[in-house]
Design a protein around this ligand. Structure first.
Ligand code: KG4
Ligand code: ZN
Length: 364
């Protein structure tokens, strides 16, 4: 009979310090036993964005505590852990190093195997942790630092078929929130305002829909929001309803672009994988209810299975790292003490790098 496997996961690549315990039972089902996330919003609030040095110091201060809390909440002693998984990139290098050094220390002290996990693989595999989803599947990864369509064939086997050529949608949400005086992270704040707004009042562009393929661009949208805001302010002081309408117009443009590009990515994917097609979405922006609803309607229309993790597992967390580590562990991955922290680490090394630089540094 198969044995259960329990992994400890650590995440510290941006502005959340996190540790979690995930177990695959003898019946083959994976379960999150604990999931501790300590955010840093208060530390970065005054700066309007994540300050890498402040983030790195906060990770170094908090990561041990997160590990202790994750083990206690799961009621699993360190001795019962089978392996230690850690985000080894891509991300802000100081933060990634804090996690990697902590994981190496735990591995050296206990003799447990160490597994370096790509943060993006963590997001991309989360739908398999939370739902029934077999390989291969088409993955839309949308977060604060990334936006790409991937064909996932295994825990270490991804092909990128498109992505943003500049900003990630999360960045666009965050910048829009900043322009309109809303709280960070901007996604939830813009979504809440958009729900009360008129999406037709301001006409925002749908970038790159006139171009074939499934590459995207989001940097022009924030400039359009800036212009519309300034024009509104010239006529009047900006009122709450203006903010709501600007948010609604902006969000509708992001939704339209993501939905149409997903339709195209799915068509490309279906050419090669017509049997049991599935679309999964993950990453912080996948928490957006309008985006989820739009994706669901495209998949209904195309008769494709749709999987989206629960909101708490869409944004950065360590359960996704523990789970990706678990799949890699089962596939035989073991890293040594030479595991290095990588600021840049594309999931698909055969595709040309995407342009630009995001909130997590150079785009992977
Ligand atoms: O995956 P994540 O936690 O970190 C990265 O790896 O980037 O994603 C964070 C991003 C932020 O830009 C945040 O504004 C965005 O996800 N986000 C949302 C929503 N919730 C979080 N964007 C749109 N709508 C939301 N409800
Ligand atoms: Zn992330």
């Amino acid at each position: 009979m198969a044995q259960s496997i329990t992994l400890l996961g650590l995440e510290s690549s941006c502005d959340d310090t996190a540790a979690a315990v995930v177990r695959r039972g003898a019946d083959g089902h994976a379960e999150v036993l604990s999931n501790i996330v300590v955010g840093q919003n208060d530390l970065h609030k005054a700066f309007g964005g994540v300050v890498p040095e402040i983030a790195a110091r906060a990770h170094a201060e908090k990561i041990d505590l997160c590990v202790e809390q994750a083990l206690a909440a799961a009621d699993v002693p360190l001795t019962d852990i089978d392996a230690i998984a850690v985000t080894a990139g891509p991300g802000l290098i100081g933060g990634v190093m804090s996690g990697v050094m902590c994981a190496k220390g735990l591995s050296a002290a206990t003799g447990k195997p160490l597994i370096g996990v790509n943060h993006l693989a963590g997001h991309a595999l989360t739908p398999r942790l939370t739902g029934e989803l077999n390989y291969p599947y088409l993955m839309l990864l949308v977060s604060g630092g990334h936006c790409q369509f991937l064909i996932a064939r295994g825990p270490n086997d991804f092909s990128r078929i498109g992505g943003t050529i500049d900003d990630a949608p999360g960045e666009a949400f965050d910048k829009t929130a900043r322009l309109l005086g809303l709280a960070q992270p901007g996604g939830p704040a813009v979504q809440a305002e958009a729900e009360q707004g008129d999406s037709k009042r301001f006409k925002f562009p749908r970038p790159m829909l006139d171009r074939a393929g499934c590459d995207m661009s989001f940097s022009g949208l924030k400039t359009a929001v800036l212009r519309a805001r300034n024009e509104t302010m010239q006529k009047n002081t900006i009122r709450r309803q203006d903010v709501r309408d600007l948010c609604a117009g902006f969000q509708a443009a992001v939704v339209d672009v993501l939905i149409e590009k997903t339709r195209r990515a799915m068509t490309l994917y279906l050419d090669e994988n017509p049997a049991k097609p599935a679309l999964a979405v993950a990453g912080g922006v996948a928490a957006n209810t309008a985006i989820r609803a739009g994706l669901e309607s495209v998949t209904n229309e195309l008769d494709v299975q749709f999987t989206a993790p629960p909101l708490a597992l869409c944004t950065d967390n360590a359960a996704m790292i523990a789970y990706a580590g678990l799949e890699l562990f089962e596939a035989g991955r073991r890293n040594g003490m030479d595991l290095s922290a990588r600021p840049r680490w594309p999931l698909d090394t055969s595709s040309a790098p995407m342009l630009g630089s995001g909130k997590k540094g150079a785009k992977a």
